[in-house]
Design a protein around this ligand. Structure first.
Ligand code: SF4
Ligand code: SF4
Length: 164
């Protein structure tokens, strides 16, 4: 009797739609709240939102972030305010994708987005550098550093339209 019950279960599942997907040919969309690879964001004028304050590094429970700040000038401006992140690195072997860095950031510069393809085969490749994390400037907008009008971007945290 139990053999027939077992066979019945097999036949039942044969008739159901498969629950597996053929990754990587097919990719399942992630949830809106999913936290994947970090991105360093820019303002619409191309300036970097990161001001090198290292609050994200202080908030990180895994000690995964390394920030080294340097001075902005109006001739070579990377971000609003006095300082920008000269070095920004995240050790992906340590990161637990908690999002505390995102919560701690006063300028909404670091955001955990939806990219989850993060595999690597060498430990050295686990260090994600600023160049790997930062978004490209919008179309037609110059890269940083930019030469700007003196005094135009003295505030490190400009007024945001919709602060969260
Ligand atoms: S997501 Fe969490 S563990 Fe990863 S870098 Fe940010 S604060 Fe650190
Ligand atoms: S990402 Fe945000 S919290 Fe981290 S150094 Fe840059 S501005 Fe500061």
């Amino acid at each position: 009797m139990s053999i027939f019950k077992g066979l019945g279960t097999v036949v039942k599942h044969l008739l159901e739609d498969p629950v597996t997907i053929s990754y990587p040919e097919v990719e399942r969309p992630v949830r809106e709240r999913f936290k994947g690879k970090h991105a360093l964001k820019r303002y619409d004028n191309g300036l970097e939102k990161c001001i090198g304050c290292a609050l994200c590094a202080a908030a990180c429970p895994a000690d995964a972030i390394w920030v080294e700040a340097a001075e902005n000038t109006d001739e070579e401006r990377y971000s609003p305010g006095e300082r920008y992140a000269k070095t920004y690195e995240i050790n992906m072997l340590r990161c637990i994708f908690c999002g505390y860095c995102e919560d701690a950031c006063p300028t909404e510069a670091i955001v955990l987005e939806h990219e989850y393809r993060l595999s690597f085969t060498d430990r050295r490749d686990s260090i994600y550098t600023k160049e790997m994390l930062i978004d490209a400037p919008p179309d037609g907008v110059p890269e940083t550093p930019q030469k700007v009008e003196p005094g135009a971007f003295d505030r490190a945290i400009p007024d945001m339209e919709n602060p969260k």
